[in-house]
Design a protein around this ligand. Structure first.
Ligand code: NAP
Length: 291
């Protein structure tokens, strides 16, 4: 049994923290909106008053947060993790952040004697709750190997890309490709609607087509039928991921006009409601289409 601090109890963090608790670890949780900790607390987690308090005695601190602003607040604020985490503890950053921030946090954590794992994930909230995530890790190999027993309850696949920053770089690249695919699906479906093609026939054909990536298959039925209740990934998060990915490409001098176009689509799609389902981007495409 290890002492774990878990910070960020959104759609993904809830399930991940529950898995660590079920693996008999002693879990101290913090979330900006403390009411989201209720179910975990009733299952035995302790509610910390600050990120610093959640981290203070922990052997490992996991964070699963929305974006760079959230991570800066949790790690660097006066009551943040970096103020109290004990040397030797693992700092396991699972959020999708910009590569620059991840590299800076790894350096700051290292200066404090923490073992930093850049550890973004793939898998939606149901996959997180089932402990079947894929972890995209950037870390010192010895640190990753030492942390593996703590990662077992949340993941079935661990991919190691190199030092801190490399897991995030891969994650931003693959999510930028995903953004392009979702935006392209929205454009394609909008076209089939203008053409008046049979909706169910289109869904079946696209799902069985050469363009049927897992991303496209996941979205095609929901997007075509406008089934947007209970979003698992929001337009706001998609825009954030695509923006960080496009910024990474630009910083490396890689021209990525398709990626930039997807950023523009999701920038528009998130305006009515950043917490809406990312597949609502089809409504943005149709709203911009000439009548
Ligand atoms: P979410 O449900 O929106 O949860 C976001 C979490 O960040 C919440 O705990 C939220 O606190 C916290 N937060 C936001 N702004 C904050 C701030 N300024 N200070 C402190 N805490 C803040 O998002 P999610 O779907 O769980 O995703 C979490 C991360 O995993 C994101 O980086 C996302 O890109 C990545 N991811 C998501 C999926 C997915 O399918 N959903 C899959 C892979 C990776 P409150 O509860 O107070 O709002």
């Amino acid at each position: 049994m290890s002492k774990i601090g878990f910070i960020g109890l959104g759609r993904m963090g809830q399930g991940m923290a529950a898995r660590l608790l079920a693996a008999n670890h002693r879990v101290s949780v913090w979330n900006r909106s403390p009411e989201k900790a209720a179910a975990l607390v009733s299952s035995g987690a302790m509610l910390a008053a600050t990120p610093a308090a959640a981290a203070q005695e922990a052997d490992a601190i996991f964070t699963m947060l929305a974006d760079d602003d959230a991570a800066e607040r949790v790690w660097r604020a006066p009551d943040g993790v970096l103020g109290t985490a004990k040397p030797g503890a693992f700092a396991i950053e699972c959020s999708t952040l910009s590569r620059g921030l991840v590299i800076a946090l790894a350096q700051e954590a290292g200066q404090r004697g923490l073992r930093f794992l850049d550890c973004p994930v793939t898998g939606r909230p149901n996959v997180a709750a089932a402990g079947k995530l894929t972890l995209l890790v950037g870390a010192d190999k010895a640190d990753l190997d030492a942390a593996r027993p703590l990662l077992d309850p949340i993941a079935t696949t661990i991919r190691h890309f190199g030092p801190p920053g490399s897991g995030t770089a891969y994650k931003l690249m693959i999510n930028l490709m995903g953004s392009v695919q979702i935006a392209a699906l929205a454009e394609g479906l909008a076209l089939t609607e203008r053409l008046g093609l049979d909706r169910e026939a289109v869904i079946e054909a696209i799902s069985d087509s050469a363009a049927a990536s897992r991303q496209v298959v996941y979205h095609v039925t929901r997007m075509a039928r406008r089934e947007f209740t209970d979003p698992t990934f929001t337009a706001g998060l998609r825009h954030k991921d695509a923006s960080y990915g496009a910024a990474l490409a630009a910083a490396l001098g890689v021209d990525a006009p398709l990626g930039r176009a997807s950023v523009a689509w999701f920038a528009e799609a998130m305006v009515p409601d950043p917490d809406a389902d990312e597949a609502r981007v089809i409504e943005t495409v149709l709203a911009r289409s000439k009548t």
